[in-house]
Design a protein around this ligand. Structure first.
Ligand SMILES: [Zn+2]
Length: 252
């Protein structure tokens, strides 16, 4: 028979066990994976004439699939909305805890040169390559957004990817502050999706697709997979630190 203190310990033990269950890996945060641009307005054009949207769709789909596979089953993609603010509205209405906008980069127009590919003239620039992570200091969740950006940036660097520097004020035509030079994080204050999102929000340029080699590189399945892995691992690190179970994440 249990005496009173034995019973008390039993109750405490059960309570701790139940608490542990509720905290153990059931973070149900939703990530809005915003596929940049649209099928009807493709964004930048690659060195071989492909619209940026195709690159964004492939990468965004891959990220979303892996988020769902890794347990973040409320995550979703935003594809082809009619306006920029609509992207944020969708993320809010579906109670996203994080907002990741997926893009591929170009360069300032005066750096572009002509070349012939498959009998057609295309624009290219081989001067700049690499990834960039953009955050807005005007965003509702600037500090959290920057923290998420750092977690993903560290994963990119560990995987061997290098940041691009052509948006930096130190480069001719560059206009933006680098918040972290080593991790490739830029301050882009006025991007509509970043400054209007109520949850932590970042925009990732996964590579410069007007660069003739990098355009091919970011389409290689193993490279795409490594980029995706870096993003998902960074999100998981963020969630492990901040996400409460059942959608009660930091962004709420
Ligand atoms: Zn873009």
């Amino acid at each position: 028979m249990l005496d009173r203190s034995g019973l008390w310990w039993l109750v405490l033990g059960f309570w701790l066990w139940a608490m542990d269950l509720s905290w153990a890996g059931v973070c149900d945060c939703a990530v809005a994976v915003d596929v940049g641009h649209a099928s009807f307005a493709g964004g930048a054009t690659s060195a071989r004439g492909r619209p940026e949207f195709e690159f964004n769709l492939a990468m965004g789909t891959l990220i979303h699939e892996e988020l769902v596979n890794s347990g973040l089953t409320r995550s979703f993609t935003i594809i082809d909305p009619s306006a920029l603010k609509e992207r944020v509205r969708i993320a809010e209405s579906r109670q996203a805890d994080l907002f990741i906008s997926v893009h591929h980069d170009s360069v300032q127009a005066f750096y572009l040169r002509d070349w012939l590919f498959n009998g057609r003239t295309h624009k290219y620039c081989d001067l700049f390559q690499g990834y960039s992570i953009l955050v807005s200091a005007k965003g509702f969740q600037f500090t959290a957004s920057l923290e998420l950006a750092k977690m993903i940036g560290r994963r990119f660097r560990e995987a061997g990817f290098l940041p691009a520097y052509h948006h930096s004020k130190g480069v001719i035509g560059g206009r933006h502050n680098m918040l972290d030079e080593n991790l490739g994080i830029y301050q882009f204050d006025n991007l509509v999706v970043l400054k209007n999102a109520v949850m932590p929000a970042i925009l990732i340029e996964f590579g410069v697709i007007v660069h003739r080699d990098e355009e091919l590189l970011v389409q290689q399945p193993e490279v795409r997979h490594k980029l995706m892995r870096s993003v998902v691992d960074g999100i998981q690190e963020y969630n492990a630190r901040y996400c409460l179970p059942y959608g009660g994440g930091k962004g709420k």
